[in-house]
Design a protein around this ligand. Structure first.
Ligand code: HEM
Length: 532
């Protein structure tokens, strides 16, 4: 060999070195690929076939095939590969579906297998090390926390005790819009609806109103708004560090640093609220039980396993969940409903006809009217079909390996139930992109249900063990906000835009808002004294 090289020119030696390098590289790569294929076929033989899915790259898997609207990407995979699709996201196994039968299999038939949550970095940093309800893995701690929600905080009796506060917030909403409507200019409905939803939630949770005349003070209100926005943004992020461990070493956009910063500010904020309540409790030696806010209730409960009190961390984790789960979901849904209704004046007219029949012009809508507003209920159902607040619910995770439709699903598979894809699935809905509330009317005139029915064709609040425990309250927030706004005002698009030109572009997140805040013009339609 040395002799052979001796006969070659310098250039030829270089060529040979390059050639050797290329051969070694090709051999190495083919060895890696063959090992990968062997591992894959061994896995297939021993464990069964994985569901079909798009081809994937080594290391990153299918991550590069997801863009800024991942719910739309996953829906297109389902169109191409079938109702149950397997994806490899970095080191994580994942499945996705937009099919009612498979969703029912996951959430009902195999509920005990799929009732867990992935331990993402956001859940670790922003939900007290997964010590809350919404992001906690399935287990005794989650069961205990969820029981507190169901048996102490969100009971019918407790929610009734806040009925007057909700009524006064509904009246604030009307008064706010009326004041803004006086100069006939455009109104930012995102701000108005956000304040309505935030006030409803903070009055019930913390005994405080952050927007309007009873505001807890501009500095505290601003801090609250700021940290909740950052929290939502970080919770909604698909953070690559969860899928590719090496990404965490680099963290090029400083996401984990941001999570730790927000964690600290949110924690300080909650701690202040708890201290304030403790002081107040000492001073007043507790008030009439009927008016306890959620913090009062949590401070009065015994802890897990016979402890005298709940830990502060447990209280903070629950408060955090309630704020995150209750405010944005209803505000985003209300904004989407307003977008679609203003875009379709025919629908606005029908809603107002119903309101005029059921309520009339001489009084305001009350909560007892909401079950009689069947057309408005169809409008909310249609809004959930086209714009579900949680496009992937909150992702579930399988506790152990199982099978769906004969396919192997490994343990710890992340589950993306695509509710956006479900509402636009052409196999179960016709004219999927047309906003048509009438499609939900029941033939016999009975009350239209807003959460899912037996057919699982929409799924705004999920089903099974992890279903939303605040659904009845969420429905009340949404229906009440819309009923008041449509009863009291006529609506048209801002800036001379034609109704049909209002855009419905969304941005992806934990909840999925319209890309731009909705601006619209309101014209009072009741007698002036009704707004005072
Ligand atoms: C329109 C309003 C609302 C919508 C659309 C909504 C939707 C949802 C969805 C899709 C989930 C995830 C379910 C799953 O992963 O399977 C969820 C979970 C949850 N929601 Fe809601 N929600 C709303 C209002 C509320 C309210 C008002 C509260 C409480 C005051 C609340 C508390 C929760 C909690 C604690 C969870 C976590 C449940 C668990 O993991 O065990 N939600 N919600």
């Amino acid at each position: 060999m040395g002799h052979f090289i001796f006969l070659l020119s310098n250039q030829e030696v270089m060529d040979l070195q390059q050639l050797t390098f290329i051969i070694v590289f090709v051999v190495l790569i083919s060895r890696i690929i063959s090992l990968w294929v062997v591992k894959f076929s061994l896995q297939t033989e021993t464990l069964g076939r994985l569901p079909p899915g798009p081809p994937r790259w080594p290391i990153v898997g299918n991550l590069l095939q997801l863009g800024s609207l991942p719910h739309r990407d996953l829906a297109s995979f389902c169109e191409r590969y079938g109702p149950l699709v397997y994806l490899r996201l970095g080191k994580i196994d994942a499945i996705t579906t937009n099919d009612p039968k498979i969703i029912r299999e996951i959430l009902i038939q195999q509920d005990d297998v799929f009732a867990s949550r992935p331990q993402t970095l956001a859940a670790i940093h922003l939900a007290y090390n997964c010590g809350d309800v919404a992001l906690a893995p399935f287990g005794p701690r989650w069961k205990w926390m969820r029981r507190i929600c169901m048996e102490q905080l969100l009971t019918t009796k407790r929610l009734e005790s806040f009925a007057n506060q909700r009524a006064s917030e509904a009246q604030h909403l009307v008064q706010d819009v009326w004041a803004l409507a006086q100069d006939e200019g455009p109104i930012n409905l995102r701000e108005v609806l956000g304040a309505f939803s935030m006030n409803n939630v903070t009055r019930m949770l913390l005994g405080k109103q952050y927007f309007g005349s009873g505001s807890a003070g501009p500095k505290e209100a601003l801090e609250f708004m700021h940290i909740t926005h950052e929290l939502f943004w970080l919770l909604g992020l698909i953070y690559l560090g969860d899928y590719l461990p090496f990404w965490r070493w680099v963290d090029p956009y400083g996401c984990e640093k941001k999570m730790r910063e927000v964690e600290k500010r949110v924690d300080d904020f909650h701690m202040n609220i708890i201290e304030e309540h403790r002081k107040r409790k000492k001073n007043e030696e507790q008030k009439d039980k009927g008016y306890m806010d959620f913090v009062d209730v949590l401070l009065s409960l015994t802890g897990e396993n016979g402890k005298e009190h709940m830990d502060d961390t447990e209280i903070k984790a629950l408060l955090q969940d309630m704020i995150a789960a209750a405010t944005d979901t209803s505000a985003v849904t209300n904004e989407w409903a307003m977008v679609e209704v203003i875009k379709h004046p025919r629908v606005l007219k029908k809603i107002q006809e119903e309101l005029d029949n059921v309520v009339g012009p001489d009084r305001m809508v009350s909560e007892s009217d909401l079950s009689n507003l069947n057309y408005l209920r169809c409008v909310v159902r249609e809004t959930f079909r086209m714009h579900p607040a949680g496009p992937f619910l909150i992702p579930h995770e399988s506790i152990r390996a199982t099978e769906i439709n004969g396919y192997h699903i490994p343990a710890k598979t992340r589950v993306f139930i695509n509710t956006h894809g479900l509402g636009r699935n052409t196999l179960i809905w016709d004219d999927v992109n047309v906003f048509r509330p009438e499609r939900h009317l029941t033939g016999d005139g009975s009350r239209v249900e807003i959460s899912h029915g037996d057919d699982f064709k929409i799924l705004p609040f999920s089903a099974g063990k992890r279903k939303c425990p605040g659904a009845p309250l969420g429905v009340t927030f949404v229906l009440m906000g819309l009923a008041r706004l449509f009863h009291c005002f006529d609506w048209s698009p801002a800036d001379g835009l034609r109704c049909e030109d209002i855009d419905t572009e969304e941005v992806y997140g934990m909840t999925m808002p319209r890309a731009n805040p909705l601006m619209a013009v309101a014209k009072p339609r009741l007698a002036t004294h009704m707004y005072q």
